[in-house]
Design a protein around this ligand. Structure first.
Ligand code: NDP
Length: 480
């Protein structure tokens, strides 16, 4: 069994306490690695290493940084099979999905930001006597804290632009899914990233992540995770006037109007609700269907959902693997039980799936469609983050906009209609950071990505990431 180590200053280091915790494969409950249980002293060492490496990395040319990022992208693709295998073993998702989504996107994150700095431009403003131009400085040592649902995908989404802009970083991956972050350290070596530029410390949210947030030498934190943790980080960071980016939870609505292409919509909805076991912050969790097509829609949707295969993440025809942990499975089930106790029913699923043999101890949840849930219920208001979707009929455009907006979250939404005016009108009235029209989760890396309300603060993507990981300085030159 592998014993992971922190990666600090380009060296593999045991946690100072010499304490480790177990990391298990949620599909079969087998222990796959021992993870450093790092504390604030380990974090302090990592921040120190990042500080030491910062002046030289800051001076590196954009083309040199771009070259290293491209190399990392290439290495991820070359080692895609190992990465997909590790991600699946660690997180529970099917290997085919880890390979087609997580690996591809992790590689794209590096190649995209390599290109973005190749073509980086800044503002300049002239008048008769002066020239003003914008100079971008890196932030310094940046802290990156990431969740368990898309481990390498989301880590590299932050790491690539942070490095591109000349920052050095300290990463704190989720305690539940450390495997691909550890694997990445080997690729950082191969890409010849200078020592200390990227440091990875493994451990628990508190004390390890909390120490990064509180550290006085870390002026910038980028966090993706749950809203409760995000609010805690926001408050603590504010006390030291830190720059904080938060990508938080969602309770994403999907609106299906009667004039939509129902067949296409249903097929996409199956993915939107259940891809990655519903453990994507962008998954549809509230599905509003116009009353006149409601019966037809849910019949088709139920049919497709019942046909989904679940189980061994290695098998290509399994659409769903295991959810991330037994504890998470219990949380998902508690929402379903609550819905049932409030009078709702499970049209499909509604239970854990108990497999035999190798997977008897696995955390498998059946894809679940709930009907009859009150929109004010906790089940419709709070993030479940599993393969559970609530379907609810609506009668008018105004009513469905009000229903869609009636949650504290505002991450994303999707709208299905053939009426273009209606599509734009509804999209503009939804209080979310992203609206997809007649599609779901099409991600162009140039566009602003983030949430409104309790789904986040700030935007990532394209120039927004480059802005976040740098600070603009105006330089004013007297010309005459
Ligand atoms: P958590 O908030 O529990 O954890 C996220 C990260 O924060 C983990 O690395 C965690 O460490 C760390 N952490 C926990 N407590 C602290 C603390 N006090 N100080 C600093 N760091 C801390 O989220 P999950 O890992 O459960 O991820 C699921 C959540 O992420 C969902 O709500 C989902 O919606 C959201 N998410 C949002 C996305 C977006 O783009 N908006 C994208 C993907 C997910 P540890 O694991 O050790 O607890």
């Amino acid at each position: 069994m592998e014993r992971l180590a922190n990666y600090i200053g380009g060296e593999y280091q045991a946690p100072l306490s010499n304490r480790y915790f177990e990391n298990t494969n949620p599909a079969n409950a087998k222990i796959i690695a021992m993870v450093p249980d790092s504390n604030s002293e380990d974090m302090d060492k990592a921040v120190h290493a990042a500080r030491e490496a910062f002046p030289a990395w800051k001076r590196t040319s954009l083309s040199q940084r771009s070259k290293i990022l491209r190399k990392l992208s290439q290495l991820i693709l070359e080692h895609g099979d190992e990465i997909a295998h590790l991600e699946s073993m660690d997180q529970g998702k099917p290997v085919w999905l880890a390979s087609s989504m997580d690996v591809q996107r992790s590689a794209a994150n590096f190649s995209f930001f390599a290109g973005a700095i190749d073509s980086l431009t800044n503002e300049a403003m002239q008048d008769q006597e002066t020239l003003n131009y914008t100079w971008r400085d890196p932030m310094g040592v940046v802290g990156l804290i990431t969740p368990w649902n898309l481990p390498l995908y989301l880590l590299t989404w932050k790491l690539a632009p942070a490095l591109a802009m000349g920052n050095t970083v300290v990463c704190k991956p989720s305690e539940l899914t450390p495997m691909t972050a550890f694997y990445l350290t080997k690729l950082l070596e191969k890409a010849e990233l200078p020592k200390g530029v990227c440091n990875i410390v493994f451990g628990k949210g508190d004390p390890c992540g909390a120490a990064l947030v509180k550290h006085p030498d870390v002026p910038c934190i980028s966090f993706t995770g749950g809203t409760k943790t995000g609010l805690d980080i926001y408050t603590k960071g504010a006390a030291q006037c830190k720059k904080i980016g938060l990508e938080l939870g969602g309770k994403n609505p999907q609106i299906v109007f009667a004039d939509a292409d129902i067949e296409e919509c249903v097929q996409k909805t199956v993915q939107a609700a259940f891809l990655n076991q519903g453990e994507i912050c962008l998954c549809t969790s509230r599905l509003f269907v116009e009353e006149t097509v409601y019966a037809r829609f849910i019949e088709k949707f139920a049919g497709y959902t019942q046909a989904l295969k679940i189980g061994d993440p290695q098998k290509k025809d399994n659409f769903l693997g295991a959810v991330v942990s037994k504890a998470h499975l219990e949380k998902i089930l508690s929402f379903v039980e609550l819905a049932k106790s409030e009078g709702a029913s499970a049209l499909v699923g509604g239970e854990a799936l108990h497999l035999e043999g190798e997977f008897a101890e696995g955390a498998f949840m059946m894809p679940t469609i709930l009907v009859g849930v009150n929109p004010k219920s906790k089940v419709m208001q709070e993030e479940i983050f599993g393969p559970v979707v609530c379907v609810h009929p609506f009668h008018s455009e105004d009513e469905v906009i009000a229903l869609a907006n009636d949650v504290s979250y505002g991450l994303s939404a999707s709208v299905w209609t053939r009426n273009l005016s209606k599509a734009h009108r509804v999209a503009q009235n939804l209080q979310v950071g992203t609206v997809w029209i007649n599609t779901w989760m099409k991600r162009d890396l140039r566009v602003p990505f983030g949430g409104t309300k309790f789904s986040g603060v700030g935007r990532e993507g394209g120039v927004h990431s480059l802005d976040f990981y740098s600070q603009s300085k105006n330089i004013c030159v007297q010309l005459s």
